[in-house]
Design a protein around this ligand. Structure first.
Ligand code: DHB
Ligand code: FE
Length: 324
């Protein structure tokens, strides 16, 4: 049986991709951003997922503004990095998993969620930047990826509650797939940002941090946030955060927060990143081995352990960001 073991949430700021592609990660501006992912790269190596289910939003790239599906699942064998106006990013093509994607489509649609089936799609920074942040610059991405696009570009986007319930349907679909696959679910977008208009540059760290706290501990509370609150508190593009509830719905109610990072700003955006794992059901030796494996991963990373507020949680980031 396939199973979801963990979820990774991260902002997908396009300038982060450009910094990587142009060799600027060591610059003073970018260093703190990339350092925040050292732990995660190590964690991901240990996770060894067989498949990544990646929830993202297309930024009027593959779908243009001519037609905009609310939820779209990529069932193709491969997806090329999109040309967003400066040529495609020099990153590997994304290899899909058509069989699992088709199975998920069948199960989720039978569960009353209408998905658009996408047999051809180029993938923009919403998908490629998170892969780069988690895997660096490999010759090939380490496993197949199923892209899952959500409309947060044109009103009306789906509600948080619907996203959360969809996550549960996706989990059910994955867990009814007969092959023994380890699936990690990724979500991208956010945190607070507004790219244009009189409030361009808006960042609301207090709201972002409360969102991350609730994502970890009380996600149902987040499902009640109306669109207007995202817009008002997190900026017009802050609505991307509603997608994070899809991943959260696909996880257990109670999860292990293994890592958190928050820094302000990267380009126009507050960068937020969190890793949640389903709690291990094993006890005794295997569970202890799991814990020491996590501890080793933390130590191997550049994360400064003095930031740890508890033995279970790693948190780094700009502790005193400047709210705008
Ligand atoms: C920026 C952030 C985004 O999420 C995006 O899609 C485009 C631009 C930015 O911070 O510049
Ligand atoms: Fe975006």
């Amino acid at each position: 049986m396939a199973r979801i073991t963990a979820s990774v949430y991260t902002s997908h700021v396009p300038a982060v991709g450009a910094a990587l592609d142009l060799g600027k990660t060591g610059e003073d501006y970018w260093q703190p951003v990339f350092k925040g992912y050292d732990f995660s790269k190590q964690w991901e190596k240990e996770q060894k997922p067989d498949v990544i289910f990646l929830v993202f939003n297309d930024h009027a790239t593959a779908f243009s503004l001519d037609f905009i599906p609310t939820f779209a699942i990529g069932t193709a064998a491969e997806f090329d990095p999109a040309d967003e106006g400066w040529g495609p990013r020099p990153v590997p093509k994304v290899i899909g998993h058509p069989k699992l994607a088709a199975h998920i489509a069948q199960s989720v649609i039978q569960d009353d969620f209408d998905l658009t089936i996408v047999n051809k799609m180029d993938v923009d920074h919403g998908l490629t930047v998170p892969l780069s942040l988690m895997f660096g610059q490999p010759q090939a991405w380490p496993c197949p990826v199923i892209p899952f696009a959500v409309n947060v570009v044109q009103y009306p986007p789906p509600s948080g509650r619907r996203c959360y319930m969809l996550g549960k349907a996706i989990r059910k679909a994955i867990e009814s797939y007969p092959e023994d696959l380890k699936v990690v679910i990724f979500g991208t977008g956010g945190l607070s940002h507004q790219i244009s208009g009189p409030r361009a540059g808006l960042i609301n760290s207090k709201w972002d941090k409360a969102f991350l706290d609730n994502l970890s501990k009380d996600p149902k509370k987040l499902t009640r946030i109306p669109h207007l609150e995202y817009m008002r508190e997190a900026g017009a593009e802050g609505i991307e955060m509603v997608m994070w509830l899809i991943m959260r719905g696909a996880l257990d109610d109670k999860v292990e927060e293994v890592y958190r990072f928050y820094t302000v700003p990267a380009s126009n955006t507050a960068v937020g990143h969190i890793i949640l794992e389903n709690r291990r059901k094993t006890t005794g030796k295997r569970a202890t081995a799991g814990k020491s494996r996590q501890a080793a991963a933390r130590q191997a990373s550049a994360v400064d352990l003095k930031f740890l507020p508890s033995a279970r949680r790693a948190r780094v980031g700009n502790s005193n960001p400047k709210p705008h």
